[in-house]
Write a protein that binds this ligand. Structure first.
Ligand SMILES: CC(C)(COP(=O)(O)OP(=O)(O)OC[C@H]1O[C@@H](n2cnc3c(N)ncnc32)[C@H](O)[C@@H]1OP(=O)(O)O)[C@@H](O)C(=O)NCCC(=O)NCCS
Length: 442
């Protein structure tokens, strides 16, 4: 019994009284932005992905109660991506839909929001995931250009219009593109990774070795069919005569010699973060099918796994921006009533090799454990159980979609290996972190 502000209550440990089943997951191929998928918006990618999820599971759209979907850079003309995705012909128009955003953990937010709705008994079947098209980020006018355009549209005479048009200066025409930088500090993700590598003494060669490992393992996963099975091939506009069935960022020919020759990007003089050991800007979508245990059973589905617990955490974005998972993971493990030693697999989002290596150090550190409110550190992650089919450095990172990809791979791989428990972590802008523990039941 816990003592709360308004009296005592039972803490639900592990998560929830109704178990949430992860029934299936699928994603589009992930493509480096500006390449094959650039003609598709995040909404297009999400629709294709959700349609494939329904087709693969042979689930009638009429069974779906809701759709929760994440994106980080929404369309200005259609900001509720979830509703647009839910309007595919395979789903009834009465499927309610909500868009969520938690930076790179947006699909995770969609998944946990959906899971909460199932635990509460509000819904039984929810599709959750996310999409991002970094090829199609909105490009904005400057403030003064916007003011002039608004004034132009309101001007009542030709004279006034000509006057406004004549006042446009070249600097008004400079477009504003969304930056991958913290609004609160101005620091970019890459600069943060650089800073963290220096604070935690992560050498360049360790980062490059980790990046190479990511490419090699992803290549094995794709070539062996395990990763490929999670990918829904997608037809490419405008002719729709060709399709993409695999991720195009995985470099089978990469080598330490090539990686170590790359120039640092975010601190050109003393830096260690390069295009080779960072995740690339990427387009793609993911979707997972969640059900209450009873509904999965009633519909004849065998769940891949159940959600055992999850946690979110945050720290000052001006400190070590991408250390959020180190604060979230011990809480998720504690809520699950489990330890790192119980985990058969660990999936960690790879924003940068430096961030993964810093997160691993943090998980093994007493100081970070105490910051998270625990006496003992989570521990050393066994590398043989970590990101066993690569990660975002090689596969790519469409911000809003990554969480769905990672959860799908974690569950499928637990099933294949006959494992029981899996831990996933995702770092996110704003100094936030997510962790989830899943359990496969044989
Ligand atoms: C790092 C970053 C700026 C690099 O962008 P980019 O310069 O367009 O990257 P490219 O893919 O063109 O790669 C640059 C070069 O490195 C080479 N390269 C990249 N990865 C390589 C690898 N694994 N092996 C060998 N060479 C590699 C490319 O071939 C390219 O060489 P070229 O210039 O001779 O063609 C961009 O990917 C980025 O901003 N990433 C971080 C995104 C981010 O912050 N995400 C949020 C995280 S939560």
């Amino acid at each position: 019994m816990e003592q709360g502000k308004w009296g005592s209550f039972h803490l639900m440990k592990p998560y929830g009284s109704r178990r949430v089943a992860i029934v299936a997951g699928v994603r589009t191929p992930f493509a480096r932005s500006g390449t094959v998928l650039k003609g598709l918006s995040a909404i297009d990618l999400g629709r294709a992905c959700v349609a494939e999820l329904l087709q693969r599971t042979a689930l009638s759209g009429g069974e779906v109660d809701a759709l929760v979907y994440g994106t980080v850079v929404p369309s200005v003309v259609a900001p509720n991506i979830a509703r647009e995705v839910s309007l595919i012909p395979l789903l009834p128009k009465g499927v309610e839909a909500v868009s969520v955003s938690r930076a790179c953990a947006s699909a995770n937010q969609a998944i946990t929001d959906a899971a909460d709705q199932i635990v509460l008994g509000h819904h039984d079947v929810i599709i959750a995931g996310g999409a991002e098209s970094l090829s199609n980020v909105p490009i904005l006018h400057s403030r003064s250009m916007s003011d002039k355009l608004v004034a132009l549209s309101r001007a009542k005479s030709i004279g006034l219009r000509l006057g406004i048009a004549a006042s446009v200066r070249p600097r008004d025409l400079v477009p504003i593109t969304p930056a991958i930088a913290e609004p609160s500090t101005g620091e970019s993700m890459g600069q943060s990774a650089e800073k963290m590598a220096k604070i935690n003494h992560i050498p360049r060669d360790e980062q490059d070795q980790f990046a190479l490992r990511s490419h090699r393992l992803a290549a094995v996963g794709l070539d062996g069919g395990r990763l490929t099975a999670e990918i829904a091939p997608i037809w490419i506009p405008p002719s729709y005569e060709q399709s993409l069935a695999t991720d195009n960022g995985v470099r089978r020919d990469s080598s330490i010699a090539q990686l170590s020759a790359l120039k640092p990007v975010f601190d050109r003089r003393y830096g260690s973060v390069t295009a080779g050991n960072a995740s690339p800007l990427t387009d793609g979508a993911s979707a997972v099918l969640l059900m209450s245990e009873e509904k999965a059973h009633a519909l004849g589905f065998k769940p891949l796994a159940f959600i055992r617990s999850y946690a979110y955490a945050a720290l000052d974005p001006g400190e070590q921006l991408l250390m959020g998972p180190v604060l979230a993971a011990p809480v998720a493990l504690d809520r699950a009533g489990l330890t790192l030693q119980d985990m058969d697999l660990v999936e960690m989002h790879e924003a940068f090799a430096a961030q993964v290596l810093c997160n691993l150090k943090g998980l093994a550190s007493r100081e970070w454990a105490e910051r998270a409110g625990f006496a003992k550190p989570v521990g050393e992650v066994d590398r043989a159980r970590l990101n066993v089919m690569g990660g975002s450095i090689s596969i790519g990172h469409p911000f809003g979609a990554t969480g769905g990809r990672i959860l799908t791979t974690l569950c499928n791989e637990l099933v294949r290996r006959g494992g029981q428990f899996g831990l996933m972590t995702v770092c996110a802008a704003g100094g936030m972190g997510h962790a989830m523990v899943v359990e496969r039941v044989s």
